[in-house]
Design a protein around this ligand. Sequence first.
Ligand code: ATP
Length: 362
Amino acid sequence: MTPKLSLRQLSKVYPGSEVAAVDRIDLDVQPGETLALLGSSGCGKSTTLNMIVGLEQPSSGDIQIDGQSIVATPAGKRNVGLVFQDYAVFTSMSVRQNLAFGLSVKGRPKAEIARAVAETAELLGMRDKLDARAQDLGGSELQRVAIGRTLVTRPSLLLLDEPLSNLETAARLAMRRELRRLQKEIGLTIVYVTHDQIEALSLADRIAVMSAGKIRQVEAATRIMDNPAHVFVASFLGDPPMTLIRGKVGGGVFRADGFALPLGDIPEGIVTLGLRPQALRLVAPGEGALTGRLSQVEPRGAEAALTLDCAGKAIRLLVPAQTRPVPGETCGLSIPEGALVAFDGDTNLRLPGAPHVAEAAR
Ligand SMILES: Nc1ncnc2c1ncn2[C@@H]1O[C@H](COP(=O)(O)OP(=O)(O)OP(=O)(O)O)[C@@H](O)[C@H]1O
């Protein structure tokens, strides 16, 4: 199947800047797929979207829609819709006028505009609001109109740049469901930019994690949390994220300053060791692979997020609330099979194998 969108070695270096805002990224988005571009502020998400829509010119690389390069196509002719977090809605106009705007500007016949507006309003569940003035609408309705203004032109690709970040929690959850429904109903292909991992995990089929202008990993939303391919992904995903400790493996022991852990199935040399918070278990002092002092206990309803200080390293874990951990307590830490991952100290990429605590130390 030809991807709906392909980015090939796409880069952007802004004039006067020495670093690339987007650095040779490759990405395929399949027809009907929702892909989230996830990363913290400044990692290059908006620059990527702006190049796809045509607001920024790439420094190098190619952008293809349905297998055809669009780099030389002017923004207005790309058939790509873009919705920002700031609702692009004319507040003095009615909903109907807002929805009709894009097609009117293109000089489409009146009957066609009326039909498209009616269809879009139906899709958005806004038929009874068509004559309302936009200034009388609430935040989520405004954002729905903004999305509608884009959908009415039937874009082959919809780009959403943090579209829900101005909404309150309840409206945001409702809009998430709405977007998911719209996407399935009309088979839209969506690229969704966000810094919010919960949003990415709940909306997207696949997630592309970006940092420093690079895509670190593209993975199914259902798999990425447990299968980080890069140190950055492990540090960014999860709440709490994995504990990452950089150290050296020699003679079957991982050492970092005063911290030591005998490990199997791990190569010698510099590695970053990742400990999954959900997989670790609190045990009696003296039992388990490590002993430490509980420095932080953060109740979270049915669970509690803990920080255990073990030989100068703050290790985070998530336990059932019934465990009733007490701050200051000395505890043992059990590290079961599957609780560890290791990353190459040079490339930061995940190492093959399943590192585990050596039998004698368990
Ligand atoms: N017009 C511009 N001129 C120069 N540098 C820019 C320009 N726009 C963005 N940058 C820089 O490019 C890098 C990537 O910015 P970009 O806005 O794409 O990131 P982002 O992930 O979308 O962040 P945010 O969520 O804050 O918008 C940043 O270092 C930013 O300062």
